[in-house]
Design a protein around this ligand. Sequence first.
Ligand code: F6R
Length: 261
Amino acid sequence: MEAIIRPDKDSAALLVARLIARELRANPALVLGLATGRTMEEVYRILVRMHREEGLDFSLCRTFNLDEYVGLAPEDARSYRYYMNHHLFGQVNIDQRNAHLPDGMAKDLNAECRAYEQKIKRCGGIDLQLLGIGEGGHIGFNEPLSALRSHTRVKALSPVTIGQNAVFFGGAEKVPHRALTMGVGTILECNRCLLLATGPNKAGVIAKAVEGPITSMISASALQLHPHCTVVVDEAAASKLQAAEYYRWIFKNEPEWEEFR
Ligand code: F6R
């Protein structure tokens, strides 16, 4: 794992967007894993701008989102399909047939989860998986005690997650209690992981995920097992990292980061 610290949330999001754009230019048929949430909005804004101003091409790209709420239809403004259409898919030249999310309205949710894993496999696996992190340590909706080898399945949302997302539903009692989510195992099987976290609310959980022990209580800590995982944080989210000076040194000195400095 490597941790990259940028001065503020905009420069952190810019670095993530530029990394995605670099991978997409190198491989136009990239299989890209996507996340939703507030943190990602700026990343998608930058990718849309790159599409408009620099011709960043999504026409051959395949995408797989991490998760979707159970019981929300695509046209529901609180569903993740709606979020993705609004922030990215509707604004770039992606072929909607290549933009996958689990279907939270499926009659047989377990069959839908199995089919989602199959679709990922048929595309040859995920090349680059974009991730956020919840205040309780989840990636996707892998809530505390999620098995580190889990695959796409239905998960009950934790009270912390429900609280974090209550504002979008007009109260915690209206937040769906379940979601379909890629498993920690699904995420660990992708070629590269790219996690973005910004703001002081994420400082405690980032320190646990990056420098703490690997535990299913903080599913993001399992990323320490991944051979190619980059965690990008702003100064606020980095404020509880013990080895921050070392991470800054890496960014200044490693050739991979030269074009981003
Ligand atoms: C959503 C997802 C979640 C979010 C996380 C952070 O697809 O995968 O793990 O990334 O809850 O959300 P924000 O960015 O709203 O703090």
